[in-house]
Each structure stands twice: as structure tokens, then as C-alpha cells.
Design a protein around this ligand. Structure first.
Ligand code: ADP
Ligand code: X2W
Length: 249
């Protein structure tokens, strides 16, 4: 899809969006860019699970999703995280529409390993024609859920979903908004990375926890032709930029 910018907003980041964020979205829309926001909601899902006494089990940063967890995940993403983000966009005067996998079968997916993770998947296809029409006049706000060919719902890690959608749609840029200003090394933000550096930093245990799947998803997007992935807590020229080659300062 031409001129497409994808921004993933982690569940924590939804609460701390600043006026700059909305200004940048306005600038992009005025410049004729299509903008797709993929939202998380992981901390909110875990909070509700605790209230309902449903145990949270995570393996390699992925939520093991049985039937009860799938239903509460859908409730939180589509009933809480998504409307919260849409309200903020509306307040900022931005036209936006909330979307999920079942709208025109926007996102198809496959189970990653049903025995190990339950109803967890990865995105295998995007209905590009339908999405492109939807994004002409408004910003799309899409939840990280997919539907199998047999219409089973799948929970998808939001970083992986954003990177796979960016790869499948050949987005020009991907932003992964999180709760840290970028990839940190010795307390400092690393301003530029190439995919080869990522594996080295994982091996050296500089990159751990949630940052690990985030960067691996980012590398896959770069290899598939996405021009740049920025890992940051704001939509300006801050944070860590991941590109195929190091660019001149
Ligand atoms: N080298 C690193 N630089 C920055 N954050 C890191 C690094 N290694 C691990 N992390 C952790 O990764 C977290 C971000 O990933 P995650 O919690 O999954 O974010 P989100 O919910 O926004 O997707 C940071 O808050 C930090 O605790
Ligand atoms: C399979 C899987 O782990 N799905 C994630 C989807 C939400 C998410 O990724 O939200 P954040 O970006 O806020 O972490 C989950 O259930 O937490």
C-alpha cells in the first residue's frame, strides 16, 4: 500500500500519548499519508484476568490463551483499549475508525502452536483492498486479533501483528511506541541499529524481555522491505531507528 505508516501503541503507551503524537498524525494525514494504528492492551488484559481470578501464563513474552483468556482478551482489546484510543483521537480532531479482524475479514491468521500457546496466532494475510479504502478518509485503529480460515479467533502479540502487517502491506515506515525512549545500552538510547546488531545485543543480554520479540519482529519487517522501524516513546525523530544499512548522520 503506497504511503502507509503503521504505528504500534503498547497498552502502557495508550495512557501517555502527548499532544506531539496527535500533531504528528495530523501532519501525516495532511501530507496524504495513510495511517494505521495497531494497539496493544497487554497490561489491561492481565489486570482484568487478575480481577476475575483467571491465571496469567506467559511463555517467551506470549500470553498462553485458553478459551476464557481469549474471551477476556477480546473484551479488553475491543471494549476498553480500542475505544480509549479512539476517544483520544476524536478529542484531538482526528477522524478515526475502530477495526477488528472480522470487519471485512481484514486479518487472517494461523495458530502458531495450539498445544503450547492455545488460541495464539500470527497474521497470514490482510484484506488490503478493503483496508486501503477504509484508510483513505480516516485513521484506522486495529486490534491485534486474527481469524483463521474456519473463523476461530486468535490472540496475536501486538508487536508481531504490527510488523507482519507492515511486511504484508509493504508499509514505508513502522513505529513501535513503547514505555522506554528507545533501545537502551548502558542507560543510553542507541540511535541506530542494523539487523545484525540485534542478534549480537540479544546474545550479550543487553536486549531482554519484551524488547527481544519487539526487535526480532522489527528485523523481519526490515528484511521484507519496510524502509525503517523506529522504537521510541514518541513520534518524533527520537528513539532507535532500525534500518538495513546505517544511514549518514
Ligand atoms: N535494551 C533494552 N532497552 C530498552 N528496554 C529494554 C531493553 N531490554 C529489555 N527491555 C524492556 O523491554 C520493555 C519494553 O517491552 P514491552 O514491555 O513488551 O513493551 P510494550 O508493552 O510497549 O510492547 C521495556 O520497558 C524494558 O523493560
Ligand atoms: C499473544 C499475545 O501475547 N497477545 C497480546 C496482545 C496484546 C499486546 O501485545 O499488548 P501490548 O503491546 O500492550 O503488550 C496479549 O495477550 O497480551
Amino acid at each position: 500500500m503506497m504511503n502507509l505508516i503503521i504505528v504500534k501503541i503498547g497498552g502502557n503507551a495508550i495512557h501517555s500519548l502527548t499532544p506531539d503524537f496527535f500533531e504528528q498524525l495530523k501532519t501525516w494525514r495532511q501530507a496524504g499519508k495513510k495511517v494505521l494504528l495497531i494497539h496493544g492492551g497487554g497490561p489491561q488484559i492481565s489486570q482484568l484476568a487478575e480481577k476475575l481470578s483467571i491465571p496469567t501464563v506467559k511463555k517467551n513474552g506470549i500470553r498462553v490463551t485458553d478459551e476464557a483468556t481469549l474471551s477476556l482478551t477480546k473484551m479488553v482489546l475491543l471494549g476498553n483499549a480500542q475505544p480509549e484510543l479512539l476517544t483520544r483521537l476524536n478529542q484531538a480532531g482526528l477522524a478515526a475508525v475502530g477495526l477488528n479482524a472480522a470487519d471485512e475479514h481484514l486479518l487472517s491468521g494461523n495458530f502458531i502452536n495450539k498445544d503450547e500457546y492455545g488460541n495464539v496466532g500470527q497474521i497470514s494475510a490482510v484484506n488490503e483492498i478493503a483496508l486501503s479504502k477504509l484508510l483513505t478518509d480516516q485513521i484506522g485503529v486495529l486490534a491485534p486479533l486474527a481469524l483463521t480460515s474456519e473463523d476461530s479467533w486468535l490472540n496475536v502479540n501486538a508487536d508481531t501483528a504490527a510488523a507482519d502487517i507492515a511486511r504484508l502491506l509493504k508499509a514505508s515506515q513502522l513505529y513501535l511506541l513503547t514505555d522506554v525512549p528507545g533501545v537502551l545500552r548502558g542507560g543510553e538510547v542507541v540511535s541506530q541499529l542494523i539487523p545484525q546488531d540485534v542478534q549480537t545485543l540479544i546474545n550479550k543480554k543487553v536486549i531482554t524481555a519484551g524488547m527481544q520479540p519487539k526487535l526480532l519482529a522489527a528485523c523481519a519487517a526490515i528484511h521484507a522491505g519496510v524502509h525503517s522501524v523506529r522504537i521510541t516513546d514518541r513520534l518524533t525523530h527520537h528513539g532507535t531507528i532500525l534500518q538495513e544499512v546505517v544511514s549518514e548522520p
